[in-house]
Write a protein that binds this ligand. Structure first.
Ligand code: IPE
Ligand code: IPE
Ligand code: MG
Length: 238
């Protein structure tokens, strides 16, 4: 195991895209692509551990993905349950805390229950964090934060003049998690698809044509190596 690099990234966020195309290329049903994609999550977790990356956020299901055919949605929810059950031991062995962001109440009860169970059983870990974005939308998250802020103002608990960036950030789904430094999207698509709109404001982006089920440790290591060659200015000169 290599030691954590002082220069990060501390937090990597991934849009795991291309499962359907991976399956189609092989003449397989789309769900087989999603199953193969679940294997890539283990590879990403191993790479994060070896590269000293403490936070990994994965876009697993968007708030827009509910429009997909019923059978695909049901298959994905069943896969989520199987994934959680199969990986729980690995999360414990790697002292990784599981978190979730999104409109989690939208999830079917069995998936929601399994998620809560594994989040609870890993809640004491602080070394590493795996964050699953489920029924997640960046605009939905900001709208939900705005609603919570409005409620606090209405209750007299918050002065409208005190609503600043920190107040918005404090009302997002996981306010204690630092913003991602690096965002990776697989499958050649070059768009955000409503992912972490607030948190990615100063992230570095890495787009790769590799389909998610083919993504392995070396791919993550290459993205991180490229990240480390970049010069982040945050508006300053130099
Ligand atoms: C990403 O793969 C997984 C989810 C969105 C759940 P896709 O299912 O979007 O795969 P493509 O884009 O159709 O290849
Ligand atoms: C984004 O992928 C969502 C996830 C990876 C979970 P999509 O495949 O849904 O995105 P679009 O529809 O191509 O923008
Ligand atoms: Mg896609």
């Amino acid at each position: 195991m290599t030691s954590p690099a002082p220069d990060g990234p501390r937090h990597v966020a991934i849009i795991m895209d291309g499962n359907g195309r991976w399956a189609r290329e092989r003449g397989l049903p789309r769900l087989r692509g999603h199953e193969a994609g679940a294997e890539s999550i283990s590879a990403a977790l191993r790479a994060c551990r070896d590269l000293g990356i403490r936070y990994l956020t994965l876009y697993a299901f968007s708030v827009e993905n509910w429009v997909r055919p019923k059978a695909e949605v049901a298959g994905l929810m069943a896969l989520l349950r199987r994934f959680l059950r199969a990986r729980e031991e690995e999360l414990h062995a790697n002292r990784t805390r599981l978190r979730a962001i999104g409109r989690l109440d939208d999830l079917p009860a069995p998936a929601r229950g399994e998620l809560q169970r594994v989040m609870d059983s890993t809640a004491h870990f602080t070394d590493r964090h795996l964050v699953l974005a489920l029924s997640y939308g960046g605009r939905a998250e900001i709208a939900d934060a705005a609603r919570r802020i409005a409620e606090r103002v209405k209750a007299g608990a918050l002065d409208p003049a005190a609503v600043d960036e920190a107040a918005v950030a404090a009302n997002l789904y996981a306010p204690d998690i630092p913003d991602p430094d690096l965002m990776i999207r697989t499958s050649g698509e070059v768009r955000l698809s409503n992912f972490l709109l607030w948190q990615l404001s100063y992230a570095e982006f890495h787009f790769t044509p590799t389909l998610w089920p083919d993504f392995r440790e070396a791919d993550l290591a290459a993205a991180v190596a490229e990240y480390r060659r970049r010069h982040r200015r945050f508006g300053d000169i130099g």
